[in-house]
Design a protein around this ligand. Sequence first.
Ligand code: SF4
Length: 205
Amino acid sequence: MKLPQNSSEFNEYSYFVTPSDMIEFTYCRRYTYFMKVLNILQHEEKRYNVRKGREIHKIRESQNIQYIRKKIPMVSKEINVNLISEKYKIRGIIDEILTMNDNTLSPLDYKFTNYNSKTYKTHKIQSTMYSLMIEDLYNKPVNYGYIIYCKDKNVLKEIKISEKLRTETLESINSYMEVLKGKYPEATKYERRCLDCCYKNICPR
Ligand code: SF4
């Protein structure tokens, strides 16, 4: 594996995007502006999903999901892998990196949510971000990403890491970087999202 560069200019908030950052950015770009550009901290302890995300590892330990994993054509795995890709400006911890039986690699991600009959775009973009990092740092192809939706029934979903998905993901990362450089973004067009937003008292939408 190619080691990430140790740059003295490394700034975890300004120059790299994590898959979690991208979920918030997709939810509302202005939210990212308040948090990352103006450095106004969110009150994340009040947010249900964040709390649940932190509990996920305890849940994984207590649930037997081995029978689901047998559906994946893999030969080995690395767990909790911390990666930084200078090339794509992505960083993050991947729950598992799987070596597949065709010698390609795949990210596996656990979500504390129900499956709800479709794989959300944000989850596809997250899986693609993991895939780009793996391809960059391990120099091996990634054809599929996997998600296990832990709540209720441990549903396993396979995501084809297509060229279209790669292009969309890289475009989103570019847009994220423009906001970090100071571009003031539009408010989300879904006003319902503002009801539960920790920035609603300061956001002039
Ligand atoms: S109040 Fe609405 S528009 Fe403003 S940051 Fe929050 S979600 Fe975005």
